[in-house]
Ligand binder design. Structure first.
Ligand code: NAD
Length: 493
C-alpha cells in the first residue's frame, strides 16, 4: 500500500478477524501532526463495538487458540513477527503518518522492536519452570503440589500514542504467548499500525477473535467501555497517571487485575567525573528523542557544579543543531509533537517557565517552519536553568522536547533532590566512578536506572515504575505474573 493510499483510507475496527465500521455511525479525523492535514477517518467504537469485540475474544478462548500447545502458539507468533517485517515499509509509513516522527527513528526502534516483541515472548514462555513442593502428611504417604500457569482470559489493552506499535505489542506479545485473547484500544491519535496488524494476524493464522481492535477515545468512548466491560478479565494500560487512576476505578468493579505503565518526571544526574561526551550524547537523546515524548525521557537534569556551565553550553549547542522537518527527510532528527492539543499544553509550560523567571537557554517557542509545515504541531527544543526544585516545571510531566538543568554540590544532596517527585519511572546517572554509579543507582526511587546509558533495554528484565509511575512489572518472566494465573494442584499420594 502506498503512502497516499494508506493516508486516505478509513480506519476500521478489527473484530473477530474482520474489519468492520461498527454500528455507532461515528467517525473522527486522523490528523497528521507534520502539517495538520487530515489523513483519514477513524471509526469510533462505543458500547456495542466493545461488546462485540469482547464476545469474540471470549469465544476465541474456547476455540482453537485455547486448545493449542504453547509451541503451536509460539510458531504462529513468530509468523506474526515475520509478517510485520515483510510489510516493514507499510508499518513505517503508517507510524510516521500518525506520529510525524522521523523515519530514521521509527525504522530503528518502533517497527523492528514492535515485531521482536512477538518472538521474544513466544520463546520466553517456553523456558519458565513451574514450581513443585512435596508435602509430608500424617499417614506417611505425602502429597505432591505443583503449579501450572493458565491464561488469565480476555485482556483489555489500552495503549498510548508515543510509541504506538512498540508499546502495544509489548503487551499483546506476552498476552498472546500466554494463551490469552485481547481487545486493544489504541490511542485515538495513532490508530494505523494497530489496525494494520489485524491483516498480519490473519495472514499468520491467528484464529479469529484472538486479536481485536476497537478505536475511539477514553471517557464515554471505547476506552472507558472496554475497561468497564465485565467480560474483560484484566487490563494493561500505558499512559498518563491520571488516566490510570480512572481505569483503576473501573477495574475495581469485578476486582480485575491491572498492570500500569504511567507517567514520569525522570532525573539525569551528571557527576563531574563523567565522560562528558557520553553524557551529552546520552542526555541529548533522553531529552529530545521522539520530540521528548518518551516516558523514560529526562526532564530534570542535575549537573555537578564544576562542569555545570560547560554542560549547559554543550547541551545547548546540541539542541540548536537538531534539524526539524518531515519524517522522510533523512537529515531530520526531530519531528513535531503528536497534536495541536499537545502543542498547546507544551507551549503552556514554555510560557509558564518564562513567567516563573527561568533563564531560557535555548528555544521556548514555536520554530519558524516552511510554509507547508506551518499547520503542524511544532515546538522548539528547549532548555531552562534557574528554577527551584518546587517549581511546576520541576514537578509536572511536560512530555515535550525540554529539560531544566540545575547545579548540585554533593551526592547525598542530588539523590534527595532526584527523589523529590511523586513519579518513579526511570533515571540516568553519568559517572566514571563505578562504585558511585552502583551506589547512587540503588538509591534512586525508580523502576529502571541507567548508568552511563539511556534506553538500553534488555527485554528479559523487569520494566515498570515505582510511586505514581506504575503498578506491576512487565518484561521477561515478570510478564507472566500478569498474563497468567498460577494454579496450584495438590495431589494426595
Ligand atoms: P493518555 O493517558 O492520555 O491515553 C492513553 C490511552 O488511554 C489512550 O488510548 C486513551 O484513549 C486512553 N484513555 C484515556 N482516558 C481513558 C479512560 N478514562 N478510560 C479508558 N481509556 C482511556 O496517555 P497518552 O497521552 O496517550 O500518552 C502519554 C502518557 O503516557 C505520558 O504520561 C507518558 O509518560 C505515558 N507513558 C508511559 C509509559 C511507561 O512505560 N511508563 C510509556 C509510554 C507513555
Amino acid at each position: 500500500m502506498s503512502y497516499k493510499a494508506m493516508s486516505h483510507r478509513d480506519v476500521l475496527h478489527f473484530i473477530n478477524g474482520e474489519y468492520t465500521p461498527g454500528t455507532s455511525g461515528l467517525t473522527f479525523e486522523n490528523i497528521c501532526p507534520v502539517d495538520g492535514q487530515v489523513i483519514g477517518r477513524v471509526h469510533e467504537g462505543k458500547r456495542d463495538e466493545v461488546d462485540a469485540a469482547v464476545q469474540a475474544a471470549r469465544a476465541a478462548l474456547k476455540g482453537p487458540w485455547g486448545r493449542m500447545s504453547m509451541a503451536e502458539r509460539g510458531e504462529i507468533l513468530h509468523r506474526v513477527a515475520d509478517g510485520i517485517t515483510a510489510r516493514f515499509d507499510e508499518f513505517l509509513e503508517a507510524e510516521c503518518l500518525d506520529t510525524g516522527k522521523p523515519r530514521s527513528l521509527a525504522s530503528h526502534i518502533d517497527i523492528p522492536r514492535g515485531a521482536a516483541n512477538f518472538k521474544i515472548f513466544a520463546d520466553l514462555v517456553k523456558n519458565v519452570p513451574e514450581e513443585s513442593f512435596h508435602l509430608a502428611t500424617p499417614d506417611g504417604a505425602g502429597a505432591q503440589n505443583y503449579g501450572i500457569r493458565v491464561p488469565k482470559g480476555v485482556i483489555g489493552v489500552i495503549s498510548p500514542w508515543n510509541l504506538p506499535l512498540l508499546l502495544m505489542t509489548w503487551k499483546v506479545g506476552p498476552a498472546l504467548a500466554c494463551g490469552n485473547t485481547v481487545v486493544v484500544k489504541p490511542s485515538e491519535e495513532t490508530p494505523l499500525t494497530t489496525a494494520l496488524l489485524g491483516e498480519v494476524m490473519n495472514d499468520a493464522g491467528v484464529p479469529k477473535g484472538v486479536y481485536n481492535v476497537v478505536h475511539g477515545f477514553g471517557p464515554d468512548s471505547a476506552g472507558a467501555y472496554l475497561t468497564e466491560h465485565p467480560g474483560v478479565d484484566a487490563i494493561t494500560f500505558t499512559g498518563e497517571t491520571r488516566t490510570g487512576t480512572a481505569i483503576m476505578k473501573a477495574a475495581a468493579v469485578g476486582v480485575r487485575d491491572v498492570s500500569f505503565e504511567l507517567g514520569g518526571k525522570n532525573p539525569a544526574i551528571v557527576f563531574a567525573d563523567c565522560d562528558l561526551d557520553k553524557a551529552i550524547e546520552g542526555t541529548m537523546r533522553s531529552v529530545f528523542a521522539n520530540c521528548g515524548q518518551v516516558c523514560l525521557g529526562t526532564e530534570r537534569v542535575f549537573v555537578e557544579r564544576p562542569i555545570f556551565d560547560e554542560f549547559v553550553a554543550r547541551l545547548r549547542q546540541g539542541a540548536e543543531g537538531l534539524k526539524l522537518g518531515r519524517p522522510e527527510d533523512e537529515t531530520v532528527n526531530m519531528g513535531p509533537l503528536i497534536s495541536k492539543e499537545h502543542q498547546k499544553k507544551v507551549l503552556g509550560y514554555y510560557d509558564l517557565a518564562r513567567e516563573l523567571g527561568a533563564t531560557v537557554v535555548t528555544g521556548g517557542g514555536v520554530p519558524d517552519m516552511p510554509e507547508d509545515l506551518r499547520g503542524g504541531a511544532w515546538v522548539e527544543p528547549t532548555i531552562w536553568t534557574g528554577l527551584g526544585d518546587d517549581s511546576p516545571i520541576m514537578k509536572e510531566e511536560i512530555f515535550g522536547p525540554c529539560c531544566h538543568i540545575s547545579p548540585f554540590d554533593s551526592e547525598e544532596e542530588v539523590i534527595e533532590r532526584a527523589n523529590d517527585t511523586v513519579y518513579g519511572l526511570a533515571s540516568a546517572v553519568w559517572t566514571e566512578n563505578m562504585s558511585r554509579g552502583h551506589r547512587v543507582a540503588a538509591q534512586i526511587e525508580c523502576g529502571i536506572c541507567w548508568v552511563n546509558s539511556w534506553f538500553l533495554r534488555d527485554l528479559r528484565t523487569a520494566f515498570g515504575g515505582s510511586k505514581q509511575s506504575g503498578i506491576g512489572r512487565e518484561g521477561g518472566v515478570h510478564s507472566l505474573e500478569f498474563y497468567t494465573e498460577l494454579r496450584n494442584i495438590c495431589v494426595k499420594l
